[in-house]
Ligand binder design. Structure first.
Ligand code: ASP
Ligand code: MG
Length: 486
């Protein structure tokens, strides 16, 4: 390839989930998105999950059940080796699909893509990425198709990144390759104001901040892995969640202040709009509620022992309330038996009750705004929903309610905060597709027909030239190892 040609293309990560690569029909849609990115002048890097959901032959859960039918004590190392096959198969199939459609593409395992992790099998962390082979493919005009969810340790062991980890691969590659955007393609239209199966009036948000979406993911929204959001936020790479089966722009995830700053226009950051303190409602369950009233003060060694013993049992506590003479918290319903035996073993008589769900109102704008709790409790009271326990942060207020009241509670909060109404103006990033020096005039003209994928290219220009796909001559001497513990 001529020098000066390849490096003009900004890198765009396009991650496709299991359902997006499951059938010939959805893979054709994937091909369409990749082709469009190429036509728009980007250098796409594709990341894939294992094909299909549980039951599909190469889905992660199916592979897991294969070995579980034989043994219950398979080593974490062997499990990871097995589970990584799902994404490896998917990468080959997707690369071949692209190739026969006329798009040069080459599959890479995580190891081949240079994704180096620690040796925590089953939930490994990416330590760094050595993307030489990816750069090399890009400089030859080839689309790399990287197997998500997997990496390799320094000593050559294959690891996986934890369930849902393909998002993490995409975000980490986005940072390492200084991508203009990481696009997470899935089977929903983007980040929604509530689960549409519960609230039919739920709407796709046009923009949301990293902080809000991370909170949503941690509070039960399954749209994106929170770790991926964290990595993108730290690396300042914009994320976008969008549907494989649509041309809609989906939801752009950025830092609100950063968005305002980059646009150079007077933008009210979505986080601090006082009329919209809550931006989404999530639910998470099933949970159990644990209350101990036979305890001493908070400095009492026996009180402290309760927490150290539960921790030793690997039980994670949520919505914790500690006060002299009373301790209350929520746990995952599956941990009830273990929690009970630990607490009885310490001589306590805990009240433990299952059948709860945590319903949360999430919004970066609620910090310091009086009256949010008042509105939440009033809305739930009007819907006849009893609240058993609450917790809050600067970005959310969560209520533990009976499982049977969950849908009522979600809808009541969605209505109370007017979430079915459009609140977020199209972001400057979503509106403006400005020409960039990175594209030739020819490309610019062609692009008019493809403005549906609204990537803000100026952001890329602000970054180093290193973010461009380089020929070997432009990359010589530059140490492109992205480092940092992810
Ligand atoms: N296939 C893996 C899982 O099911 C990773 C992913 O889909 O992101 O968890
Ligand atoms: Mg996923």
């Amino acid at each position: 390839m001529e020098k000066g040609q390849a490096q003009e293309r900004p890198v765009l990560i396009q991650k496709f989930g299991g359902t997006s690569v499951a059938t010939a029909e959805t893979r054709a849609q994937v091909t369409g998105h990749v082709r469009q990115a190429l036509q728009q002048g980007y250098a796409p890097v594709v990341v894939v999950s294992a094909m299909g959901r549980a039951g599909a032959p190469y889905a992660t859960d199916t592979l897991l059940s294969l070995v579980q039918d034989i043994a219950r004590d398979t080593s974490p190392r062997s499990l990871d080796l097995l589970l990584s096959c799902g994404e490896t198969i998917s990468a080959v199939i997707m690369a071949e699909t692209l190739r026969v459609a006329g798009i040069p593409a080459v599959p890479f395992t995580g190891a081949q893509a240079g994704i180096i992790t620690d040796n925590q099998f089953g939930s490994a962390r990416i330590l760094r990425i050595q993307p030489e082979r990816i750069w090399q493919a890009l400089s030859q005009g080839i689309v790399p198709v990287v197997a998500g969810f997997q990496g390799v340790t320094e000593s050559g062991e294959i690891t996986t990144l934890g369930r849902g980890g393909s998002d993490t691969t995409a975000a980490a590659l986005g940072v390492a390759l200084r991508a203009v955007e990481v696009q997470i393609f899935t089977d929903v239209n983007g980040v929604m104001t509530a689960d549409p199966r519960i609230e039919p009036d739920a709407r796709t948000l046009r923009t949301i901040s990293y902080r809000e979406v991370m909170e949503m993911a941690q509070l039960g929204a399954k749209v994106i892995h929170p770790r991926a959001v964290e990595i993108a936020m730290e690396g300042r790479v914009p994320l976008r969640v969008l549907a494989t089966g649509s041309r809609a722009p989906g939801t752009l995830i950025v830092d609100a202040r950063e968005m305002a700053k980059r646009s150079g226009e007077p933008v009210t950051p979505v986080e601090i709009r006082s009329d919209r303190v809550v931006r989404a409602v999530t639910q998470m369950g099933e949970m159990a509620r644990v209350v101990l009233t036979d305890v001493g003060g908070t400095t009492d060694p026996q009180t402290l022992e309760i927490f150290t013993s539960l921790a030793a049992g690997g039980i994670s506590l949520d919505m914790i309330q500690v006060e002299p003479g009373r301790i209350a918290f929520a746990i995952d319903a599956s941990r009830v038996g273990l929690a009970r035996s630990i607490l009885l073993g310490l001589g306590h008589r805990p009240a433990i009750e299952s059948g709860f769900v945590k319903v949360s109102a999430v919004g970066g704008g609620m910090q310091g705004v009086p009256g949010v709790m008042a509105r939440i409790l009033r809305a739930l009271a009007d819907a006849n929903v009893t609240v058993y326990h609450t917790s809050d942060s600067h970005v959310n207020i969560s209520c533990l309610v009976r499982s049977g009241d969950m849908a009522m509670a979600v809808r009541a909060l969605h209505r109370e905060f007017l979430l079915d109404a459009e609140d977020d103006p199209p972001s400057p990033m979503a509106q403006t597709v400005r020409p960039t020096a990175a594209l030739t005039r020819d490309d610019r003209e062609k692009r008019n027909g493809y403005s549906q994928v609204p990537v803000r290219i100026e952001a890329a220009q602000a970054r180093e030239q290193a973010g461009r796909v380089g020929t070997s001559s432009t990359r010589e001497g530059s140490d492109e190892h992205a480092t940092g513990v992810w």
